[in-house]
Ligand binder design. Sequence first.
Ligand SMILES: Cc1cc2nc3c(=O)[nH]c(=O)nc-3n(C[C@H](O)[C@H](O)[C@H](O)COP(=O)(O)OP(=O)(O)OC[C@H]3O[C@@H](n4cnc5c(N)ncnc54)[C@H](O)[C@@H]3O)c2cc1C
Ligand code: SF4
Length: 485
Amino acid sequence: MVDPRGFLKVRERELPPRRPVPLRLMDWREVYEKQDQQQLQRQAGRCMDCGIPFCHSACPLGNLIPEWNDLVSRGDMREAIERLHATNNFPEFTGKLCPAPCESACVLGINQPPVTIKQVEVMIAENAAEAGWITPQVPERLTGKTVAVVGSGPAGLAAAQQLTRSGHTVVVYERDDAIGGLMRYGIPEFKMERAVLDRRLAQMEAEGTRFRAGVDIGADITGEQLRERFDAVVVATGATQWREVELPGRDLVGIHQAMEYLPPTNRVAVGQEPPAEYIDAQGLDVVVIGGGDTGSDCYGTALRQGAKSVTQLDIYPMAPEDRPEHEPWPTMPKVFSVSSSHEEGGQRKFSASTRAFVGEDGRVSGLRLVEVTKVDGVWTPVEGTEHDIPAQLVLLAIGFAGPEHGGLVGQLGLEADARTRFTRTPGYATGTPGVFVAGDAGRGQSLIVWAIAEGRACAAAVDEFLMGDTALPSPIRADAVPLTA
Ligand SMILES: Cc1cc2nc3c(=O)[nH]c(=O)nc-3n(C[C@H](O)[C@H](O)[C@H](O)COP(=O)(O)OP(=O)(O)OC[C@H]3O[C@@H](n4cnc5c(N)ncnc54)[C@H](O)[C@@H]3O)c2cc1C
Ligand code: SF4
C-alpha cells in the first residue's frame, strides 16, 4: 500500500537531468540522463493511492499506475515490470514518447505538481531491460491459425505480439526497409534511440513473430493473395498522407514536407550513408511551419545539422502557462510547453501565418508572414503586421490528412470515412470478413499510446474471430475518444 502521506513529505516534482545543450547538439543521442534510483522511489512515493485513479481513465492502455508507483516506491522493480507489462506491451516506447495525458488527470495535480508517471514508467522498463527481465514469452502451443499484419508501427507490433503469444502464426509485413513504422525513421533518434526498438523486436522474433521488411502489400503481394494465405489480416498502415499548403511560391526549391526531411536525416543519425534525397540544414536559415510535435522534431534536427537559424511558426497564439478554465482537470489542457528541442536554440513565433514563399532564381529565400487573430472563427490578418523573414530551407509540418489509399484498399474492400480513415466497427472489423484495422489507419494521426492500445484490442477481436472466444484484454473500443474538455 502506497504511503498516503507521501505527497506531503515530498512536495517537489523531480525529473532526471537533461544532457547539456552543447553536448546534445553534437550528437543524436537521447536527451535524458538516467534517473537516480533513490530519487525515482521518492517520486513514485508521491502517488497518494487516491482511490479513484483518474490517471487510469486518461491512459488509453488503462495502465495500473498507482499499483506500479507503490511497487517502485518500495524498490520492487521486478514486480513493477510485471504489472506494467500486464497492460502495455512496450512501456519503453510510451515512457519515452507519450505526452502523458495521465499526468494531466493525476488527482495530486489538482493543487500540486502531478506525479512523474511517465518517468516512473520509463525507468521501470529501462531497469527491466538492464536486469535481463524482458525475456521472450513463447506460446505453449500453436493454434494452427495464421495472421498477416500489414504495417510495423506500434499498432501492428502490439497486435502481432498479442496474437503470437496466443499461439497464432503471425507475419508482419512492412514496405520500408526496416521494421518499426514511424518509430524507425520518423521519430528522431534524440527522442528514442533505435536500439530501444531493436531490443523489443528481438524479443518478438524470439517469441515467434516473423518480420518481412521491404514488402509493399498491394503491390508485391496483393490483398487477395494475403486473404488466401492467411486466416485473418490486420491493416495497421498508419496515417502518413501529409497535408499540403497552397500558397504562392510553393514550387520554389528548398520547401519540403517534414516527412521528406526527417526519415533521411534519421537514417544518417543511425550511421547510414546519406541518401540521394538528403536535405542538409547546415548554415541555412530554417523555418518550420507548424507548431506541433512533428515541427519540434524538425526544429531539433535542424539545430543538430548546424542550421544558421531555426524559426518555428505556429498559427495559434501562445498558450497559457496554467490550465485554462475551459479545460478543467482531469482533461488534457493546451498549455505552453517547451520541448527539449526548444531548449536548444532557435525561436518560436506565435499567431504567425504564411502569406507567400519568396524566392530568388527559383530557390526559396524567405517567407512573407502576417500576424493573425481569430474573428468569428476565421484566422484574420492584423493590419500592418506583414513582414518578410529569411529562409533557405522551409519545412512543412502541418499534420497528416489520413492513411494512404494504395492498391491495398480496393483489394481488401476497405472503405473510408470523410477524413479518409479506414472505417471499422467499434470491434475493429471491416466489411470484409477476417480483415481488421488498427492504429492511425483507422483513428487518423494520433499517438503511440493509442496505437498500442488499439493493437492490443484489435488482437483480442482477431483472436475471437479465429477461435470463437478470447482471453486477451481489450483496453479500448475503436471509437474511444481521448479525455478532452
Ligand atoms: C515526426 C513524428 C513524430 C512523432 N512523435 C510522436 C511522439 O513523440 N509521441 C507519440 O506518441 N506519437 C508521435 N508521433 C505519432 C506516432 O508516431 C503515430 O501515432 C504512431 O506511430 C502510429 O502507429 P501505427 O502503428 O498506427 O502506424 P505507423 O507507425 O505509421 O506505421 C505504419 C507502417 O505501415 C507501413 N505501411 C503502410 N502501407 C503499407 C503497405 N501497403 N505494405 C506494407 N507496409 C505498409 C508504413 O511504412 C509504416 O511503417 C509522431 C509522428 C511523427 C510523424
Ligand atoms: S502510456 Fe502515456 S498515458 Fe499511459 S501511463 Fe504511460 S505516460 Fe501515462
